[in-house]
Design a binder for this molecule. Structure first.
Ligand code: ASN
Ligand code: ZN
Ligand code: CA
Length: 336
């Protein structure tokens, strides 16, 4: 018998948070029974394919809130568990999706994977996401935008199924950045105020810069701002650029802007000025396009059509939103 509990989590990146746990006998577990039984496991440096050991605790207060190189620290587990929880709630409350497969069943998370492993990934075969501890084993890749990114790979796999290469691969990656960002803005805690940067908290470059910039993807030195005929030859984490840029422009508009203390400057390929329609509408348009109009082979031209169809269905063809989608694609060099 397991009772639904809410534990206190002292996370590394999101402050003190409430997390879904359960009580089995007299032991608490990282098993969120209110969200499809999402469990978080400890790999304790192993890279084997097993789930690992379910995190347990005596008093339902988890983690210390500070970085630790311990291979079994609860803190990384708190961030991963919380990230999955907020992502679950975002999909349910904002987009009406009940879990990755829309069937109420959760995936699971594994932390402390490998030794100083600097990556996180979704795996269709285990239906799980996995997080390394980062450089020095003290920078786990468990920030909320990364958790939202990885869990969204599961959603994409189970909806459009965008092939993970060429332009469809870039759109797959962008979909994870888009909803990872939307999840970060959705999170209601004191530390995650929301930004259009990816991985700004995990310090993967060692100099405080984020992994990716949605307002101007080329700021990472490798991503494309605009579509070109050679885009599909880039790594999928760089060919995501024009779609990430599309999402920023459609949400916030072109030019300079400061949001939650972060400064952005978003250019356009054609010199057009774009007026944003807001992040909520941009998010709903991308989700409807992903789940109803995109397929495994959708390319950038197809993404334009899919989002126009989604905007027409949601707001009407010829609506302000529809026209903004059209103008924004043109501003990243995607036309009909
Ligand atoms: N962290 C990467 C991602 O989710 C892992 C990968 O390249 N598959 O995209
Ligand atoms: Zn990814
Ligand atoms: Ca972010």
């Amino acid at each position: 018998w397991e009772a639904i509990q809410t534990g206190t989590g002292n996370s590394q990146y999101s402050g003190s948070v409430t997390i879904g746990t359960s009580l089995s006998g007299s032991t608490y577990q990282l098993n969120d029974t209110s969200r499809g039984n999402h469990k978080t496991y400890n790999k304790a440096r192993s890279t084997s394919s097993s789930a690992g050991t379910l995190f347990t605790d005596a008093d339902d207060t988890w983690g210390t809130g500070t970085a630790s190189s311990s291979s079994t620290s609860q803190t990384a587990a708190v961030d991963a568990h919380y990230g999955a929880q907020v992502t679950w709630d975002f999909y349910k409350n904002v987009l009406g999706r009940n879990g990755i497969k829309n069937n109420g069943v959760a995936a699971y998370s594994r932390v402390h994977y490998g030794n100083a492993y600097v990556n996180a990934f979704w795996d269709d075969s285990c239906f799980c996401m996995t997080y390394g501890d980062g450089e020095g084993n003290t920078k786990p890749l468990t920030s909320i935008d990364v958790a939202g990114h990885e869990m969204t790979h599961g959603v994409t796999s189970n909806t459009a199924g965008l092939n993970y290469s060429g332009e469809s691969g870039g759109l797959n990656e962008a979909t994870s950045d888009i909803f990872g960002t939307a999840v970060e803005f959705y999170a209601a805690n004191s530390k995650d105020v929301g930004d259009y940067l990816i991985g700004e908290k995990i310090d993967i470059n060692g100099d405080g810069t984020p992994l990716r910039y949605m307002d101007q993807p080329s700021k990472d030195g490798s991503s494309a701002n605009y579509w070109s005929s050679s885009l599909g030859g880039l790594d999928v984490h760089y060919s995501s650029g024009p779609a990430n840029h599309f999402y920023y422009l459609l949400s916030e508009g072109s030019g300079s802007k400061t949001i939650n203390g972060v400064s952005y400057n978003s250019p356009t390929s054609n010199g057009a000025t774009i007026t944003g329609i807001g992040r909520d509408k941009a998010t709903k348009i991308w989700y409807k396009a992903l789940t109803e109009y995109m397929t495994s082979t959708t390319n950038y031209k197809g993404a334009r059509t899919a989002t126009l169809n989604a905007a027409a269905a949601l707001y009407g063809s010829g609506s302000t939103e529809y026209n903004a989608v059209n103008a924004t694609w043109a501003a990243v060099n995607v036309t009909g």
